[in-house]
Design a protein around this ligand. Sequence first.
Ligand SMILES: NC(=O)c1ccc[n+]([C@@H]2O[C@H](COP(=O)([O-])OP(=O)(O)OC[C@H]3O[C@@H](n4cnc5c(N)ncnc54)[C@H](O)[C@@H]3O)[C@@H](O)[C@H]2O)c1
Length: 425
Amino acid sequence: MNRKIAVIGLGYVGLPLALTFSREGYQVSGIDLDLNKIHSIKIGKSYLLDISDDILHSEVISGNLSATNDFSVVADVDAIIICVPTPLNEEHVPDLSFLISAGNMLNEHIQKGQTIILESSTYPGTTKDVLKPLLEKKGLKAGIDFYLGYSPERIDPGNQQFTFQAIPKLISGITEMCAQKVYGLYSLVFDQVIKVSSTEAAELTKLLENTYRYVNISFINEFATLCDHLKIDAWEVIDAAGTKPYGFTKFFPSPGAGGHCIPVDPLYLQWKVKEAGLHSSFIESSAVINQKMPAYIVNQVKAQIHSNWKEARILVIGITYKKDVNDIRESAAIEIMRLLTQEGCYLEYHDPLISRMTLDGVTYQSIDLTEGNLANADCVIIATDHSQLPVEFIVKHASLIYDARNITRGLTGRGKIIRLGGGGN
Ligand SMILES: NC(=O)c1ccc[n+]([C@@H]2O[C@H](COP(=O)([O-])OP(=O)(O)OC[C@H]3O[C@@H](n4cnc5c(N)ncnc54)[C@H](O)[C@@H]3O)[C@@H](O)[C@H]2O)c1
């Protein structure tokens, strides 16, 4: 049985995975290039909200989890799992530089008999066409000397409903034996492991899941803007449609899809099919709608400010890409903030999970939600609905609220509330 694991990339995906194995008694070597993360792990200080200091600390103290930037530790493990970022570059095409760099650092140290699994989200063909040649550079052959597979990560940061191990785990291998090795490893820690026939099928499954979300999030956002025009409450209509027991899945209006996955992965698919002269018009339209949402919200707010818009004081509440995570990558709230500054507004923000942030070279500090700060704002925009926001207090003291998440549902009061998709109320 495999007992020693290396996890490459200790971010939102890699650290929970490393802890899952270490808590099951595996000896896990975490590898990252970010020295701050390595230091945090060593002192048992978690940088992820879903992981407590206590859990991290106890795994480090027990000796089951260690962290380093030294790739040579992989020579001593049975399996290596790669969880490095797969973003888009400035031209909005796949940037596999992190994966390529990890592959190049790994091939110096990999050993016969090891199982290597890629978990980063990527386009079909990456495991075989990009990673495999890098790992084989020193002469070992995938499928013969070592085993190679792909398993998409399906973690949903901030979601307490589905524990990591309870999310069914898809696996694949470049040969049947490789798939069996990956299956054997993951079935020791995950409740359910599902094998698909190829690494390409597993890679594309992840892109399908996230593209499905992207298209539906974008559609429901467009629907919200239509409802504003029709003066019908989109939230009521979505809830009503959700009473149908089949054929309808609820999606809710928001400032847009954000994070490292949903707005990124569909463009990996789009890029891949472009090689064959094809494209998905759903992905194209979704990207257009997604990009338009922050401007739509800013314009809605602008229409409500009767004093001098250029001197308007706007407080944005919740700037992460979704509730209860401390991740601002691709966050639509940040785009709202950028547009407000471009319009010349005086910008402030509050986020209980992000104490400071830099936007176009200017650093902002999260301000406290005091009576005065709320009352001073010409408009408060609730962009992200963190569970810990004092909603009643905000409604009581703000003079105008634009609620892009329907967090104020059911509340009335002195504050004037406009909701995205609320049909003008
Ligand atoms: N965040 C999510 O919710 C989520 C969910 C499912 C899948 N994914 C996918 O998982 C992958 C990782 O995403 P993430 O959110 O954990 O990213 P992240 O940025 O939080 O973490 C990645 C880590 O990899 C490290 N790293 C980069 N290059 C490295 C290298 N060459 N060697 C060692 N470490 C390296 C970085 O320093 C960072 O700590 C991506 O492909 C992403 O699309 C993410």
